[in-house]
Unconditional design. Structure first.
Lengths: 413, 466
């Protein structure tokens, strides 16, 4: 049996956010394909307590490389700590020696410095060099660049870190035997930036979801609980692009919603929405038009999707492709999305349940029309088409690529 | 087609009416007399509009419903109030406070003191509640048939989509949401009002009212078939607010200018109450300037204080009085302290009058040299039009609504332009001929509006298909 070590910066025991869900789905898909996958998640010792698996590594807070002033780069600092902290690196090397991987799959580029050091220092001279898979989730350096907080105190330091991220991504791509991206556009961008003559494999594995089904009883119970019917639904984490996108597309205010109408907000984004300057500018109008639920269990989320009159995907920035988009498309409920939110989902914009609006004014008018008009029907072929956004479908090309790769064995010694 | 009029504001207002209350009352009076079948109603505690019988409506719309309290003149330091009697509970905690450190550990003393305050406050509240219940019982047993407030058992109104419902009072106090629910339930045409958007556009002069007002006017946008605005200025401001918050589907906004307040030409000094006569006799006719307005930051009394300080410095005892008529408002503590500490106040050249009846106000208008209205922003400026109705010159700020209300007949000066205000006030104090010329122009050109004109215009502007 072929062995793959999967390296992440978050544990996969209880996946919640997009990165965790994707990595857990890849792991499951590999295992289904008969590959022995061992995940090593590396993170600051104060994070994800109680969620770690046996091979995961907590990094000491005492490592001098942590820089709270550059908190957007904690993942980059995690890679520095694993490669630079001797105790952590020894722990990592021990895990790798035990695993004896045929392939190492880096989920995002952050832990590559430690992998390179391990390959240089710890791999016996006569041992076959494991294959390297770079599984990207975004063009990270662009994402970091675009996320610089307004009025950041030290923009030059921030720019330096962005440049480090860019160099790291290029290095990982140059060293990889297989490069995986979430969208065709990002795969093309990574490919264009690859200046080395080495041949490597390239594959797109879209983000997707696990199938789910609506329970009409649960949907009705949720509507009763909320006291709402045909409500707009926004689901998201507290990730800054979620907040920015929401207010960019729904500002200047939620006044276009009638008394009693509310946007139901599930996930960590809700509380952050209320701290945004656009919320505060017209808080008297916005507050009664939001029903902020916080994080909800999966079965409640499915019930919320089932009752939604419009699932909102107001995403305007950020890389990769959005799991929430897949969830919305799969649901068959009406979806209102920006073009950006649909990246990576091919011709989904033409599906009858999906409305696309690129500008704030058009977005708000489209939402009003969705709430006032008859709900668009999903169409007879929806049941078949929605399978395209399940992990089983989305990860098939990756499973084939990894199978080919590990069957071929190390390309270079 | 039946008219329904929300009288909630008038039912609850038992003081001399301010502008908005007067608008609701005058429109309702007109409809009571001239629009047979008009149904009056009030919101109950559950948010339902309940019918007020015509007999009750007549009582509510009678002047007696808004009785004036005794006039209060403030122009000298008030006597120190007598210490209030301490209740038994309070006395017990006074005793504990004195002995506390000896009876309980010192560390527990603050807790005991706080507990004492809570208990004393609760006890005092209970005493007040018991006293008010007793007073109500006694009043009920002695009272005349009036005042007959509507009762909760009255029928809820059942208008149809062909009827028109007017809610034009202090709607934000009792909630525009009730009109929204009525509209959803019955489909009735709804007319709501915009007096101004000052709490939104000038939140610095409106406490924390910006957000509640934003929500209020948003609810109005979703409810009303027509919004009536009291001036073109207010209509434009409301339209601008709707654009600012991104509302595109809004009802038509129609301007209907308010009426000029009634002139009480026949008010007789002998008919005034003793306290009112005393207040009036303290003022020499022609030797004071009048400002009728709530005492609050936006009304810009600060400018007048500075002008009067300067006048007093230059003229000493020959300085005319400034008479300020109006309620105490919000955000003027510093100004009030500054005013009381000033020499011009000490010399009695500024007088403040509260709870002024229409009759006394008529005498004040007739006796003043002219009026001033330096307010920073207005939705209309009822008092400025009132001044013109009495034939008195008003020096006003150049706020657009004030120009609109005074029909361009008054000097208009930027509210922060102290030199020009000082110059204009000095000029019209000293130049009797200029004053007379200004008054002659007002008498010749000012077109007063009557409440009947206002009511007919409002009915016309809000009629279906208008």
């Amino acid at each position: 049996m072929k062995r793959v070590v999967q390296l992440t910066t978050y544990p996969l025991r209880s996946p919640r956010h997009g990165g965790q869900l994707r990595c857990a789905a890849i792991r499951a898909r590999y295992r289904d394909a008969g590959i022995d996958v061992r995940t090593i998640a590396v993170m600051h010792e104060d994070t994800y307590r109680g969620e770690r698996e046996a091979d995961d590594i907590g990094l000491a807070a005492a490592f001098p490389g942590w820089n709270a002033a550059l908190s957007r780069f904690t993942d980059l600092q995690t890679g520095d700590a694993l490669a630079g902290d001797e105790r952590a690196f020894r722990e990592f090397a021990a895990r790798m020696a035990q695993a004896q991987p045929d392939a190492i799959q880096l989920e995002q580029p952050w832990l590559y410095p430690a992998v390179r050091r391990w390959l240089d220092e710890c791999l016996p001279r006569d041992a076959a060099r494991p294959l390297l898979v770079y599984s990207s989730q975004n063009i990270e350096w662009k994402l970091k660049r675009d996320e610089m907080p307004a009025g950041f105190a030290d923009p030059r330091a921030y720019a330096r870190e962005v440049a480090r991220v860019e160099a790291l991504e290029r290095a990982v791509v140059a060293a990889a035997d297989l490069v995986v991206a979430c969208t065709d556009e990002e795969l093309a961008e990574l490919r264009a930036a690859d200046a080395s003559p080495t041949r490597r494999a390239w594959v797109t594995a879209h983000n997707a979801i696990a199938p789910f089904a609506f329970d009409t009883e649960r949907v009705a119970a949720m509507e009763r609980r909320l006291g709402l019917r045909r409500y707009p639904l926004f689901v998201g984490s507290a990730h800054p692009p979620n907040v920015e996108g929401f207010w960019q597309m729904l500002a200047p205010s939620l006044a276009f919603l009638r008394p009693g109408e509310k946007i139901v907000v599930a996930g960590g984004v809700g509380h952050v929405l209320r701290q945004h300057r656009r919320f505060l500018a017209w808080s008297g109008i916005n507050e009664p038009r939001l029903a902020v639920l916080g994080e909800v269990p999966h079965e409640d989320l499915v019930a919320l999707l089932g009752g939604a009159g419009a699932i909102l995907l107001p995403i305007t920035t950020g890389g990769g492709s959005n799991l929430k988009t897949a969830e919305a498309i799969y649901s068959g409920r009406p979806v209102l999305a920006t073009p950006h939110a649909l990246r990576g989902y091919g011709d989904a914009r033409h599906w009858p349940t999906i409305t696309v609006a690129a500008e704030a004014d058009a977005f708000r008018r489209a939402l009003r029309a969705l709430l006032d008009g008859a709900a668009p029907e999903a169409g007879a072929d929806h049941a078949a088409r929605r399978e395209e956004v399940t992990w089983a479908h989305a990860l098939a090309p990756l499973a084939e690529a990894i199978a080919r790769l590990v069957a071929r064995g190390p390309a270079r010694a | 087609m039946t008219l329904y009029i929300d009288l909630t504001t008038s039912v609850r207002w038992r003081r001399p009416p301010v502008g908005i209350v007067r608008v609701e009352r005058e429109f309702a009076r007109h409809c009571l007399l001239h629009e047979p079948g008009t149904v009056f109603c009030e919101i109950d505690a559950a948010g339902e509009y309940r019918v007020i019988e015509p007999r009750q409506a007549r009582v509510i719309l009678d002047d007696a419903w808004c009785r004036a309290e005794p006039v209060a003149a403030i122009g000298a330091p008030p006597p120190a109030p007598a210490p209030a009697a301490r209740s038994r509970v309070q006395r017990m905690f006074d005793w504990l406070a004195a002995r506390g450190p000896r009876l309980v550990p010192r560390a527990a003393y603050p807790l005991l003191r706080d507990l004492g305050k809570v208990l004393a406050d609760h006890h005092a509240a209970f005493e007040r509640h018991r006293a008010s219940k007793r007073a109500l019982r006694e009043a009920a047993s002695q009272a005349a048939p009036e005042p007959a407030a509507p009762t909760a058992v009255a029928q809820r109104i059942e208008p149809t989509a062909q009827d028109t419902f007017y809610s034009i009072g202090l709607q934000w106090h009792h909630g525009a949401l009730h009109a929204w629910h009525l509209k959803q339930r019955t489909g009735v045409r709804v007319v709501e009002a915009c007096y101004d958007t000052i709490p939104i556009d000038y939140p610095e002069y409106a406490g924390s009212a910006k957000q509640p007002f934003s929500e209020h006017f948003t609810t109005v946008a979703h409810t009303a078939d027509v919004v009536f605005a009291i001036s073109d200025t207010s209509a434009a401001d409301l339209a601008a607010f709707y654009r600012r918050v991104g509302l595109w589907d809004v009802p038509p906004i129609r301007s209907v200018h308010l009426a000029t307040p009634d002139v009480h030409r026949d008010a007789d000094v002998d008919a005034l109450a003793a306290d009112e006569r005393a207040a009036l006799e303290a003022l020499a006719p022609g030797d004071y300037v009048l400002y009728v307005s709530t005492f609050e930051t936006r009304k810009n009394h600060r400018l007048l204080l500075q002008v009067w300080k300067e006048l007093y410095r230059r003229r000493g005892d020959a300085c005319p009085r400034l008479v300020v008529v109006g309620m105490f408002g919000w955000g003027v503590n510093d100004l009030w302290a500054e005013m009381q500490a000033s020499e011009v106040w000490e010399a009695g050249r500024i007088v403040m009058l509260h709870h002024v009846s229409d009759a006394l106000l008529a005498h004040l208008y007739r006796g003043c040299a002219f009026t001033v209205f330096p307010s920073i922003y207005e939705g209309w400026g009822l008092a400025a039009t009132e001044s013109l109705a009495y034939g008195k010159l008003a020096i006003v700020s150049d706020a657009p609504a004030l120009r609109e209300a005074t029909q361009g007949l008054c000097p208009a000066i930027h509210p922060f332009d102290f030199p020009r205000w000082h110059e204009a006030i000095t000029r019209y104090l000293d130049d009797a001929a200029a004053r007379a010329a200004a008054e002659a122009r007002i008498r010749a050109e000012y077109v007063p509006r009557h409440w009947r004109d206002f009511a007919l215009d409002l009915l016309a502007a809000t009629r279906a298909g208008a």
